[in-house]
Design a binder for this molecule. Structure first.
Ligand code: SF4
Length: 479
């Protein structure tokens, strides 16, 4: 690691994971209070990058009022004989961990979702300009990725300029995402993996085949391949996919082997295209959460930008705690936005026919991916804010799950169901066509190891496996 002598703050991996709470914050850039923010890395011709240069367009730290939330666009220009377009996303993704190496900085998320906080402590120590952050990034990048020969950083804080760069950045992200759409998992022998997020989710491994973008949305198959090639000792690596075990769930012998090795035995199987059984793990940087809604046997989806409670009463932040951490949690899945455009989208769980609710912020971003015939049948928060109104909406609009919802509602069916029937057989892929989804194995088989069984009461038995129970409030009343 290069020396950071002369810097007003310290720099090193020891600061990764530093949390800056509101009361310790000097100012923040991006985050939920700011609509326009982004970070972008561009591969440039060698003679167009001034190595080591840091530019600030707009007010610098000392000109910004303490306690405020401000727009920011970070643009990093890179050059080198091995620096190619495919590496832009890979370098960009490292802004997150390298910024977190800087004492007094907290960086969350990626692309157009960034949220950076600076601590009062570092400002008191003399951090008075964004220049220090830029210089630290340049040194960290060039030390960890020696193929970067030149790097130049521009911070835009002028709101009009940020907006301009943001619009351009959206176009760049779109073009990167579109590139992989023509490729199918079947066309390649090798998938790629990423373990960058193991610093905070030690069991988590991202598997990136062509048809499933990483859950942070920042890395597709091409990006991960370029990263693995140029930096074989880095966080990205090839995964020979090996024998196909299940084409619908997306289970491969080679993937299972690598997942087991890289998660240190914590996870042994990955179904790439199902939220049940052995789903892909989620770290914490997912762009969206897909959550199972047992009352309608379908899925809701919410993105990070949606701040209100979702249709199940829980906001993104609450479900994020349940979804992340590198643990396989059936029915909760972190996904990248580009996954909605995948031909294998939730393939084993009924595909689009299983989606019942999408928050309006996400809807706007993925509208082109929603099948035309389902557009008036999938609810947003403007149609349904709770489960009862959701059921009503789905039945009225003739959603593919409407028949199933009516069946589940029928009192005689529930009353007659014996205890064992409450835990359905593991669904086979063919049992879940898009237009007639079968009940999913949300509950484990009765003999599942580690299951908690709540004894039968009145003919019903409830089993919980791998469940986290969160209680916000307990009221004890004297009788
Ligand atoms: S979410 Fe996955 S692909 Fe993205 S940085 Fe983390 S481990 Fe890598």
């Amino acid at each position: 690691m290069s020396s950071f002598e002369g810097f007003p703050m310290d720099v090193g991996p020891v600061y990764e994971g530093e949390r800056i709470r509101k009361e310790d914050m000097y100012i923040e850039f991006g985050g939920p209070k700011v609509d326009v923010k982004c970070e972008l890395v561009l591969a440039m011709p060698m003679d167009e990058v001034e190595d080591g240069k840091v530019e600030i367009v707009g007010p610098d730290l000392k000109d910004l009022k303490e306690g405020g939330s401000y727009p920011l666009a970070i643009v990093i220009y890179t050059a080198g004989t091995k620096v190619e377009k495919d590496l832009e996303a890979v370098i960009e993704r490292r802004i997150h961990d390298f910024t977190n190496y800087v004492e007094g900085f907290m960086h969350l998320n990626q692309r157009y979702d960034i949220w950076i906080r600076l601590s009062k402590k570092s400002v008191k120590k003399g951090l008075d300009s964004l220049k220090w952050w830029g210089l630290a990034l340049i040194r960290l990048f060039k030390s960890a990725m020696p193929f970067i020969e030149k790097m130049q950083v521009t911070f835009y804080t002028d709101p009009a300029k940020v907006k301009e760069v943001y619009e351009q950045a959206l176009e760049v992200y779109k073009a990167r995402d579109a590139r992989v759409r023509g490729l199918r998992d079947e066309d390649v022998d090798t998938f790629y993996g990423c373990v960058l997020c193991q610093s905070f989710a030690p069991q988590h491994v991202c598997v990136i085949p062509p048809n499933r973008v990483s859950l942070c949305g920042a890395m597709n198959w091409f990006d991960a391949r370029a990263a693995a090639n140029v930096d074989p000792k880095g966080p990205n690596f090839p995964i020979p996919k090996g024998k196909l075990i299940d084409p619908i769930k997306g289970e491969y012998e080679g993937v299972n082997k690598v997942v087991e090795e890289r998660s240190l035995g914590a996870n042994k199987r990955f179904f790439l295209y199902s939220a049940f059984g052995s789903p892909h793990t989620s770290c914490g940087c997912f762009e969206c959460i897909a959550f199972y809604i047992p009352e309608v046997d379908g899925f809701g989806v919410v993105d990070r930008g949606f701040k209100e409670p979702t249709v199940n009463g829980l906001p993104f932040s609450t479900m994020a705690a349940q979804t992340g951490g590198g643990i396989q949690t059936e029915g909760f899945l972190g996904v990248g936005m580009e996954y909605f455009r995948s031909p294998k989208f939730f393939q084993a769980d009924g595909g689009w026919g299983r989606i019942v609710w999408i928050c309006s912020t996400l809807w706007k971003r993925i509208e082109d991916a929603i099948p035309e015939e389902l557009k008036d049948k999938i609810a947003t928060e403007n149609d349904a804010r709770d489960i009862e109104s959701l059921k009503k909406f789905l039945v009225e609009r003739g959603h593919p799950l409407a028949v199933r919802i009516k069946e589940m509602e029928a009192p005689e069916v529930a009353a007659a169901a014996p205890a064992e029937a409450a835990a359905p057989e593991a669904a086979t892929p063919t049992a879940v066509p898009a237009q007639a989804a079968a009940p999913m194995p949300f509950m484990p088989a009765p003999t599942a190891p580690g299951a908690i069984t709540i004894p039968a009461v009145g003919g019903l038995r409830v089993e919980l496996k791998g469940a986290k129970i969160r209680i916000d409030k307990i009221v004890i009343k004297k009788q």
